[in-house]
Each structure stands twice: as structure tokens, then as C-alpha cells.
Design a protein around this ligand. Sequence first.
Ligand SMILES: CC(C)(COP(=O)(O)OP(=O)(O)OC[C@H]1O[C@@H](n2cnc3c(N)ncnc32)[C@H](O)[C@@H]1OP(=O)(O)O)[C@@H](O)C(=O)NCCC(=O)NCCS
Length: 165
Amino acid sequence: MSEKPGKPVAASAIDKHVYKVFPNDMNSHNTVFGGMIMAKCDRLALVVAERHSAHVCVTAAVDSIHFRAPAKGNDTLLFNLSLNRSWGSSMEIGARVEAENSYTGETRHILSAFFTFVALDENGRPVDVPPVIPETRDQVRRFESAEIRREGRLRTRDEISRANG
Ligand SMILES: CC(C)(COP(=O)(O)OP(=O)(O)OC[C@H]1O[C@@H](n2cnc3c(N)ncnc32)[C@H](O)[C@@H]1OP(=O)(O)O)[C@@H](O)C(=O)NCCC(=O)NCCS
């Protein structure tokens, strides 16, 4: 655990980042291309990680990407990302994307995912980051469940390492 002073979740969170869907965002099924949404999440999660750590960060793992409903042409995507927990040099960031029909105000839950980023020092080595301070009931719930996800994630990483020699 890092000895740096803690930072609240709100100091790095991204709330309702807006992306207007245009025709070039569609797949051949005429719904929004999922890879575009994942790439945008990764980019925004990086911003959360770098705000929190004040270091260059890289994506170490992405897990539990669930597409819950399709986004459609002319939707407005709303990206919400926040830091769930940090350990030594690693941080888990939760992402939730909603699609808004801006004419009616109706929103639908499109995607949830967890990103793990690692902060690097000037020599490219992992460096400790500040602890996160959860302040709301939801933030405390996410903080606690992040520990369980980390155990599963590191187990999977070790299994992959063993399988690949
Ligand atoms: C992520 C990376 C820096 C970790 O380096 P490493 O030499 O394995 O370092 P360590 O074993 O000391 O692990 C450092 C931290 O990363 C975490 N980590 C490493 N691999 C992980 C994985 N697959 N999932 C979750 N956490 C992981 C470790 O748990 C550790 O966390 P902690 O400091 O909070 O305890 C390295 O694997 C890497 O550079 N990967 C490529 C990253 C990349 O190119 N991303 C895409 C482009 S941005």
C-alpha cells in the first residue's frame, strides 16, 4: 500500500462525457461499433488514472466488458468513469456508458467494464500511486468489491503466464 496522501474519487472522475454518434460510427448491423466504444473507454480511463497518479499510465488489463444493449444512430453516448481502488502501482477504474435519446431524454445502459492501469516512473518502472478515498455509499461498495476482482484478475494473469511458459 502506498504511503502517499489519499485522494477522493471525485478528484479524478469523469461524469457524463458526451459523444454524439454519427453514421461513420456504425457497424454492418447498423448499431454503434463496439470497438469504438471500448477504445473511447480506454482513453478516458487513462485520463482518470493519470489524474489520480500524476504519472504516465498504461493499460494492464481490461475485464468484464459487458454490452448490455446496442447504441443506435443519432444516440448521444454518455461516458462515466471513476477510480474504484488503488493498490501499489495499479488502479481499477470502472466504466459505465449510457446512450441518450437527446430528443426525449430517455437513457439506456450500454456498457460496463473494469480497466486496470499501472503508473510508471520516468524509467518505465511501476511506481506507487495515492490511495483513493471513497466518500459515497456507491464508492465504498465499489472499493470493497474491487479487492475481490483484483484477486480473480491476478489469478487469471498467472494462469495465462503458466499456460504460455
Ligand atoms: C503493466 C506492466 C507495467 C506491469 O509490469 P510488471 O513488470 O508486470 O510489474 P509488476 O509485476 O511489478 O506489477 C506492477 C503492478 O501491476 C499489476 N499488474 C500487472 N499485470 C496485471 C494484470 N494483468 N492485471 C492486473 N494487474 C496487473 C500488479 O498487480 C502490480 O500492482 P500493484 O503495484 O498495485 O501491486 C507491464 O506488464 C506492461 O508494461 N504491460 C504492457 C502495458 C501496455 O503496453 N499496455 C497497452 C498500451 S497502453
